[in-house]
Write a protein that binds this ligand. Structure first.
Ligand SMILES: [Zn+2]
Length: 255
């Protein structure tokens, strides 16, 4: 993930200063053909480029997510955090149940392009998966639990967000559903589990013990080799060291 930070401190949402305890992540896309982060995120940090006059770091915008994913001035894809993650965002309105996911969900907007560029989609999709994985880890969220990771359209269906189609008007064009997104997210989170050297050593020792306990796969030939004095025949399926190989070669040469 190419994560940067530019908190939109002049946005009325930031100034409202309310906080939430995150219970989920809501995925949005902007619904406007403009993949540039500088349309929304300001000021220019040298990477974003000159902002649009209608950027969101000013009063009167009426909306603010926690992050945007889109293009830098050089055309590469990045993620910008735009609110503290535990601040209450303005991203999904109120649903038919009278409940708003603004009170529970961290949100990000993916800047839409013309919705036909597969390489842009792949790049922002990957970035969205990695951002959501990061947030789920940070706040102990289960990515596959019901209602935790949802898009705006799913929020509407659940009665906790206003009536918008994002991202289900875009992701399926490139063969991705929100179930795919959640599955990709869960895989990413599993893949991030790191093994320490000590754990690896423990696994390696256990692996060698398991190998050493296995019966010979070619017992007749092994018995011959043992009779010829080439090997003591122990641990037939274990790994061989250079030392053992040299001693076996020496025994063969001396016959
Ligand atoms: Zn939305």
């Amino acid at each position: 993930m190419n994560l940067h930070k530019c908190i939109l401190t002049n946005n009325d949402c930031y100034r409202a200063g309310r906080t939430i305890t995150p219970k989920g992540v809501m995925v949005h896309s902007t619904g406007a053909n403009n993949p540039r982060l500088s349309r929304y995120v300001a000021p220019n940090d040298g990477l974003l480029g000159e902002p649009s006059l209608r950027h969101w770091n000013q009063s009167g915008v009426g909306a603010c997510p926690h992050a945007f994913i889109g293009k830098l001035a050089d055309g590469s894809v990045a993620t910008y955090q735009t609110l503290p993650w535990t601040m209450r965002g303005w991203h999904c309105g109120t649903g038919t149940s009278g409940i708003s996911a603004n009170n529970t969900h961290i949100s990000f907007e993916i800047c839409e392009d013309g919705l036909t560029d597969a390489s842009y989609f792949q790049a922002v999709y990957r970035e969205a998966v990695e951002l959501t994985a990061y947030l789920c880890k940070e706040y102990g969220l289960d990515p596959l639990a019901d209602g935790v990771v949802i898009c705006h359209a799913e929020g509407y269906q659940r009665g906790i967000a206003s009536n918008h189609a994002d991202v289900l008007h875009w992701f399926p064009k490139f063969g991705k559903s929100m179930d795919d997104f959640r599955a990709d997210l869960a895989r990413t989170m599993e893949g991030d589990e790191t093994v320490t050297y000590e754990q690896w050593l423990e696994y390696m020792t256990r692996y060698r013990q398991e190998l050493a306990q296995q019966e010979a796969a070619m017992p007749g030939l092994l018995a011959d080799a043992k009779a010829m004095g080439l090997t003591d025949g122990s641990r037939p399926r274990d790994l061989v060291t250079r030392e053992e190989a040299a001693i076996m070669a020496r025994a063969a040469a001396n016959r």
